[in-house]
Design a binder for this molecule. Structure first.
Ligand code: BGC
Length: 446
C-alpha cells in the first residue's frame, strides 16, 4: 500500500476565510440587506438574518476557538464598511472597537490575521451616491480605508483591499445576480476600472500609514479551456480570459486597464501589489455559441464525466488549481490562496476536493511557486449571497435557526493537515479512507 507524507514549507499559513455580510448577521445598513428584501433576488427568499451571529452574539469567539483548537494558525475575515461608516458623515468608533476585539482575539489564539476591506457589500449611503459606478467612490473608499487601517494597524499587517473585483462587477453589472442587478458590460468595466483606482489609492494610503504592511487583492481566477478547435472558440476563450481573469491583475502590474469595452491608463495602479491573493474554485470548458450573445457568445460547461458539487456549482478540477497558481506566481510575488473550497452538506465530496487541491498546491510549491498560505472557504456554513442558504461551504455545518455548529469530518482532516503541516497517509486513512487510493494510487484492495 502506497504511503507518503507531503510536507509544506515551514511557517506556512493554514486558515479559513469568511466575509462580514456572510457571517455577522443583522447587517441592515448595506446594499445586500436591501437586495434580500426584494422578492425573487435570493433563492427561496432566504435572508442573511443572524447569519453566523458573529455580531450581536459575538459568536466569532467560538468559531475562532474552534479554528485554533483544530490547529489553524491564521484567519481571513472582512470589515463591513457600513458598520464603520454608517452614514457619509458619521464614523462609528464602537464598530472599529469590535473589529479590534476580533483582531486581538486572533492574536490571543496565536493566529495571524488577514483583513479584507471590501468584500461585496457597500453602505447604503455610498450606493445612493452611485457606488463604484461613480469615480467619487475612489476617494470615499480611501477615506474609509485610512480610518480603518489607522485604527487597526497595530494588530494586522496583511490587507486585502478588494475581494474578487471581477466577480463583483460581473455579478452586479453583467450577470445581474448581485445588486444593483444591471446588465451593462460597459458600465461593469467602468466599475472595474474604478475598483482598480480604489485599490491603488488604498494601497498607497495603507503603506503611508503602515510601511511594513503587505497589501494585495483576492483575485478570483477561473480557467477557461477551449472545448473544440473552432477558431471562434479560441477568440471567445481569449476574450473571457482577458475580461475576467487578466484585466484587473494586469492593471496592477502595468497601470494599463484593458477591459475590452473600456481601455484606460491608470498609472497610479502600477506595481500596487505586495502579494497575489488567489481565490480558486473551478474551471470551465468553453465553446463558441451564437445564441449566447449576452455571455460574450460563450457556452461554459463542465465535462460530462466531471465530479460536480451538490448543486452543480463546482467541478472538482485540481489541475485547474495548478494552472491558476501558475498564473498567480508569474507576477513574481508571494501568493496566498485566499479562498478555495466547495459546497457540500454531506462532506464526502469536500474531503476529496480538499485533499486533491492541497496536493495540487503542494506540487506547485515543489515547482518553486511561492505559495505562503491557504485559507479554506469557509470555517462555517454561511450566507451564500444570491444562493442564500442552499450552499454549504463550511468545514463546520451550521443550523442558522439554532446557531448550532456541526462538526463535519473535514474538520478533523484539515486539523491534522494544519497540525502536521503536511498531508500524511495516516490522516487520509483515518479521515478520508474512501478516497485513499485517489491520493495514494497503488493501494491494493483490503
Ligand atoms: C466569494 C465568497 C463566496 C464564495 C463561494 C467567492 O466568490 O468571495 O464570498 O461565498 O465564492 O461562492
Amino acid at each position: 500500500m502506497a504511503r507518503a507524507t507531503f510536507t509544506f514549507p515551514a511557517g506556512f499559513l493554514w486558515g479559513s476565510a469568511t466575509a462580514s455580510h456572510q457571517v455577522e448577521g443583522n447587517n441592515t445598513n448595506n446594499d445586500w440587506y436591501a437586495w434580500e428584501q426584494i422578492p425573487g433576488k435570493i433563492i427561496n427568499g432566504d435572508k442573511s438574518g443572524k447569519a453566523c451571529d458573529w455580531w450581536n452574539g459575538r459568536r466569532w469567539r467560538d468559531d475562532f476557538d474552534r479554528a485554533h483548537e483544530t490547529y489553524q494558525n491564521a484567519h481571513r475575515f472582512s470589515i463591513e464598511w457600513s458598520r464603520v461608516q454608517p452614514e457619509a458623515d458619521r464614523w462609528d468608533e464602537s464598530a472599529i472597537d469590535r473589529y479590534r476585539e476580533m483582531l486581538l482575539g486572533l492574536k490571543e489564539r496565536d493566529m495571524v490575521s488577514m483583513v479584507t476591506l471590501f468584500h461585496f457589500s457597500s453602505p447604503l449611503w455610498f450606493v445612493e451616491m452611485g457606488g463604484w459606478e461613480n469615480e467619487a467612490a475612489v476617494g470615499l473608499f480611501e477615506a474609509y480605508v485610512r480610518r480603518t487601517v489607522s485604527a487597526l494597524k497595530a494588530h494586522c499587517n496583511l490587507w486585502v483591499t478588494i475581494n474578487e473585483p471581477n466577480v463583483y462587477a460581473v455579478g452586479g453589472w453583467m450577470a445581474g445576480g448581485f445588486p444593483p442587478g444591471k446588465n451593462d458590460v460597459k458600465l461593469g468595466m467602468r466599475v472595474l476600472a474604478n475598483l482598480a483606482k480604489g485599490h491603488a489609492a488604498a494601497y498607497r494610503a495603507i503603506h503611508e500609514l503602515q510601511p511594513d504592511a503587505k497589501v494585495g487583492v483576492a483575485h478570483n481566477h477561473r480557467g477557461f479551456v477551449a472545448a473544440d478547435y473552432n477558431p471562434l472558440t479560441r477568440l471567445v476563450v481569449n476574450k473571457l480570459d482577458q475580461g475576467y481573469n487578466l484585466v484587473f491583475a494586469e492593471t496592477l502590474r502595468s497601470g494599463k486597464f484593458d477591459g475590452i469595452y473600456l481601455k484606460e491608463d491608470i498609472p497610479q495602479a502600477k506595481d500596487t501589489q505586495d502579494f497575489v491573493g488567489l481565490n480558486y474554485y473551478t474551471r470551465d470548458l468553453v465553446k463558441f455559441d451564437l445564441m449566447k450573445a449576452n455571455d460574450q457568445f460563450s457556452r461554459r460547461f463542465f465535462a460530462k464525466d466531471a465530479e460536480v458539487s451538490h448543486t452543480g456549482f463546482i467541478a472538482n478540477d485540481p489541475e485547474g488549481f495548478k494552472q491558476s497558481i501558475k498564473w498567480a506566481a508569474e507576477y513574481g510575488l508571494p501568493v496566498y490562496i485566499t479562498e478555495n473550497g466547495v459546497e457540500d452538506p454531506d462532506d464526502g465530496f469536500r474531503r476529496l476536493y480538499l485533499l486533491e487541491h492541497l496536493l495540487a498546491m503542494w506540487h506547485m510549491i515543489n515547482h518553486n511557486k511561492q505559495v505562503k498560505g491557504y485559507f479554506h472557504w469557509s470555517q462555517v456554513d454561511n450566507f451564500e449571497w444570491e444562493r442564500g442558504w442552499t450552499q454549504r461551504f463550511g468545514l463546520w455545518g451550521l443550523d442558522p435557526a439554532t446557531q448550532q455548529r456541526i462538526r463535519r469530518p473535514s474538520v478533523d482532516l484539515y486539523s491534522d493537515i494544519c497540525r502536521t503541516n503536511s498531508i500524511t497517509s495516516e490522516a487520509v486513512e483515518k479521515w478520508a479512507p474512501e478516497v485513499y487510493s485517489r491520493i495514494y494510487p497503488g493501494r491494493s484492495s483490503g
